[in-house]
Design a protein around this ligand. Structure first.
Ligand SMILES: *Cc1c(COP(=O)(O)O)cnc(C)c1O
Length: 393
């Protein structure tokens, strides 16, 4: 039902799509929520005649999730994977041997690891660029060998933006496909395919599932040729999620719109409170006027997300005390769940990035990353301000 339309012919909004696409009442029982389909194999009416055959190739519950997410991203084809990283690996496997790709420089750590430690085994080389200006592409492109541009916007944890439409335009002139990791924004706040990108990838583990209880990934595209290759590889490599995880993630999608609104509202309130605190050096949040790319954020995003990074005044010890004194922000990696989390990238999520690269990216021991959840706004603001005060000894 990717072509779901209102009576007026208009495309429905995100919340409507999320609740209806892939969740049509069961034609036999009338169940409003389609049943979880655990079967690994399906009866064939005659030899070779059936919609589903074997659950690695396709499964009704997985297909429901894939259709729903594709509709939310305004794409034609959706593919689910056992993790975001499995999605990355499968995309990289679609490239001819010894291809070259261009990636934004502070890409997600696991993506960086796959590019530099695994894809090299397939002879793939990667250039990591700032991508602040689209003409960086033409300087690095190797005609016939460069195939992909890999973007994340905003980046993690320094929340830098890439201009998706400008980069896509430049990339297409050079014959390259553009992949956008849309994990931090979700389709509620950013739809890269509408901005000209060819492929969107997600760690469904984060905002899409939204409840910190599923590890899963997904890829969406409107490019038929790429979709055909990916469908083949999804089955041939087999890094697929379980039907149960797809069921959970589809349930998560239904509240995506509401959750993202609250994540955004809470994050902005926390960011503003931090900005006014005497115990904070600097706050990074695309929704603040002080963010150097606030205008770009307003033009390519519908919201600013739930991730806030800030430099606490003091040193590592001050940061430790902050984590000790927050009540509702759990010290943990990951992000995008309903509950608030806090972490220190230099020692946790970005611990494997070299000290030199961390310094270049601004990931110091006083940089704290918050995944602002959907608890009551005033409770989170009070919690952060109280912990800041108690961290000053
Ligand atoms: C978590 C994450 C990934 C990797 O996804 P997994 O589901 O953990 O494999 C990729 N990109 C971003 C931006 C992420 O936050």
């Amino acid at each position: 039902m990717a072509g779901l339309t209102n009576s007026s012919g208009k495309k429905p909004g995100l919340a409507t799509l999320a609740i209806h696409v892939g969740s049509e009442p069961d034609p036999i029982t009338g169940a409003v929520i389609p049943p979880l389909s655990m079967s690994t194999t399906f009866k064939q009416q005659e030899i070779g005649v059936s919609t589903y055959e074997y659950s690695r190739s396709n499964n009704p519950t997985r297909e429901s999730f894939e259709k729903c997410l594709a509709a939310l991203e305004n794409g034609k084809h959706g593919f689910a994977f056992s993790s975001g990283s499995a999605g990355t690996a499968t995309i990289l496997n679609s490239l001819p041997k010894a291809s070259h790709i261009i990636s934004i420089n502070d890409v997600y750590g696991g993506t960086y690891r796959y590019f530099t430690k695994v894809a090299v085994g397939m002879g793939i080389t990667v250039d990591f660029l700032e991508l602040a200006h689209a003409d960086e592409l033409s300087e690095k492109v190797i005609p016939g060998v460069t195939k992909l541009v890999w973007i994340e916007s905003p980046t993690n944890p320094t929340l830098k933006l890439a201009n998706i439409s400008k980069i896509s335009e430049a990339a297409h002139k050079l014959g390259l496909l553009v992949v956008v990791d849309n994990t931090f924004m979700s389709p509620a706040f950013q739809t890269p395919l509408d901005l000209g990108a060819d492929i969107v990838i997600h760690s469904v583990t984060k905002y899409l599932n939204g409840h910190s209880d599923v590890v899963m990934g997904a890829v969406v595209t409107s490019n038929d040729e790429f979709a055909e290759r990916l469908r083949f590889l999804q089955n041939a490599i087999g890094a697929i999620p379980s039907p149960f995880d797809c069921y959970q993630a589809l349930r998560g999608l239904k509240t995506l719109s509401l959750r993202m609104k609250q994540h955004g509202e809470n994050a902005l309130a926390v960011a503003k409170a931090l900005e006014n605190s005497p115990y904070v050096e600097k706050v990074i949040y695309p929704g603040l006027e002080s963010h150097p790319q606030h205008q770009l954020a307003k033009s390519q995003m519908k919201g600013f997300g739930g991730m806030v990074s800030f430099y606490i005044k003091g040193d590592l010890e001050t940061a430790r005390l902050f984590f000790k004194n927050v009540k509702y922000f759990t010290l943990a990696e990951s992000l995008g769940g309903v509950e608030s989390l806090a972490e220190i990238p230099s020692l946790m999520t970005h611990g494997s990035v070299s000290a030199a690269d961390r310094e270049k990216l601004g990931i110091s021991d006083t940089l704290i990353r918050l995944s602002v959840g959907i608890e009551d706004t005033e409770d989170l603001v009070e919690d952060v301000l109280n912990a800041l005060k108690l961290s000053q000894v």
